[in-house]
Design a protein around this ligand. Structure first.
Ligand SMILES: C[S@@+](CC[C@H](N)C(=O)[O-])C[C@H]1O[C@@H](n2cnc3c(N)ncnc32)[C@H](O)[C@@H]1O
Length: 267
C-alpha cells in the first residue's frame, strides 16, 4: 500500500518534467531549448494550479504531507531562522517552515508560477495563523535567485529539482545563498536502481495514475511521466552532483518504500 501511495504521489508531483522533453526536441540550439522548456513548464504549472493540491491528496492518500514534514525536519530550520522554500508551488513546505522558524523567523517562498503563488497567498489568508505572517511569496526563477550570497539558515525544495532545466545551476544557486554550515533538504522522486521498483512504477502508471489523472483532464501529461522519472538522477548521482558543486556533505535518503528520495546537503 505504501508503495502504491508513494508512486501515485510521485505522479502528482512530476508534471513539469513532462513538457520539457517535447519542447526541447523542437529547438536546435540548447539555450533556446532551455528557455522554451522553462516557459512551457511555467505555463503548465499555471494551468494545473487549480487542481494540483487536490490531485496530490487523492493520488497520495495524503501521504505527501508526511514526506514534506520529514523533509522540512531534515533542513534543520529552527526558531528565529531566515529560511527559503524553492519551487514552493501552493506553499505546503513554506507553511510547515513557518511553524519551525516562528514569529521571529522569516520564510521566503519562491516560485515562477504566478497562479501557484496566488493560491499560496489565498491559503495564507484562509487558514490564517499568527506565524504565517512571516511568509513572503516571491515570483522568481530558482536558477537565478534574487538574494545575496549567504542569506539563509536553511533551504527546502519539494518536487522542484526534477522540474528544473539545469539541476547543477540550481544546486550552485542553493550553495551560494546558504550560510556556511547550513543545510538544504530536497525532496523528490527517487530514481530507483531496483528492477522490481521500476516494474512496479510502470504498472502503477498505466493502471492507477493515468486513469485517475484522466478524471482531471490530465491523462496526456501523465502518460509521459515515465520518461520524466527516467530522466532524473539516482540518489548516488545527486550526491555526486552536490559534492561537485562544493557542498561539504551530501546524503540521499529513500522514503515511501524507496520510490521517493530526499537529498540533504550541507554547505
Ligand atoms: C511539482 S510542483 C511542487 C510544488 C510544491 N513544492 C509541492 O511540493 O507541492 C513544482 C513547482 O516548481 C515550480 N518551478 C519549476 N521550475 C521553476 C523555476 N525555474 N523557478 C521557480 N519555480 C519553478 C513550478 O511552478 C511548480 O510550482
Amino acid at each position: 500500500m505504501m508503495l502504491m501511495m508513494s508512486m501515485t504521489m510521485a505522479a502528482a508531483s512530476s508534471l513539469g518534467g513532462i513538457i520539457s522533453s517535447a519542447a526541447s526536441s523542437s529547438f536546435s540550439s540548447s539555450s533556446r531549448a532551455s528557455i522554451q522548456c522553462s516557459m512551457e513548464r511555467q505555463a503548465l504549472f499555471n494551468r494545473i494550479a487549480p487542481v494540483y493540491d487536490g490531485l496530490n491528496d487523492v493520488l497520495s492518500l495524503g501521504q505527501h504531507r508526511l514526506w514534506k514534514r520529514m523533509s522540512v525536519t531534515w533542513s534543520g530550520a529552527k526558531k528565529g531562522d531566515s529560511v527559503l522554500d524553492l519551487c514552493c508551488g501552493s506553499g505546503d513546505l513554506a507553511f510547515l517552515l513557518s511553524h519551525y522558524v516562528g514569529l521571529h523567523g522569516q520564510v521566503s517562498a519562491l516560485d515562477f508560477s504566478s497562479d501557484q503563488l496566488s493560491i499560496a497567498s489565498s491559503r495564507q489568508e484562509l487558514n490564517w495563523k499568527a506565524c504565517y505572517d512571516n511568509i513572503k511569496w516571491i515570483e522568481g526563477d530558482a536558477l537565478d535567485l534574487p538574494f545575496p550570497s549567504s542569506s539563509f539558515d536553511a533551504i527546502t525544495m519539494g518536487y522542484g529539482l526534477r522540474n528544473l532545466v539545469d539541476r547543477k545551476k540550481a544546486l550552485q544557486e542553493i550553495f551560494r545563498v546558504l550560510k556556511p554550515g547550513s543545510r538544504a533538504s530536497i525532496l523528490d522522486f527517487n530514481k530507483s536502481t531496483s528492477a522490481i521498483a521500476k516494474m512496479f512504477r510502470v504498472w502503477m502508471m498505466d493502471n492507477v495514475v493515468v486513469p485517475v489523472a484522466s478524471t482531471y483532464g490530465l491523462a496526456d501529461e501523465y502518460r509521459y511521466l515515465r520518461d520524466s522519472i527516467n530522466d532524473f538522477l539516482t540518489g548516488k548521482e545527486l550526491e555526486e552532483l552536490a559534492r561537485g558543486v562544493g557542498f561539504n556533505k551530501a546524503k540521499h535518503y529513500e522514503l515511501g518504500g524507496g520510490l521517493m528520495g530526499n537529498l540533504v546537503v550541507t554547505k
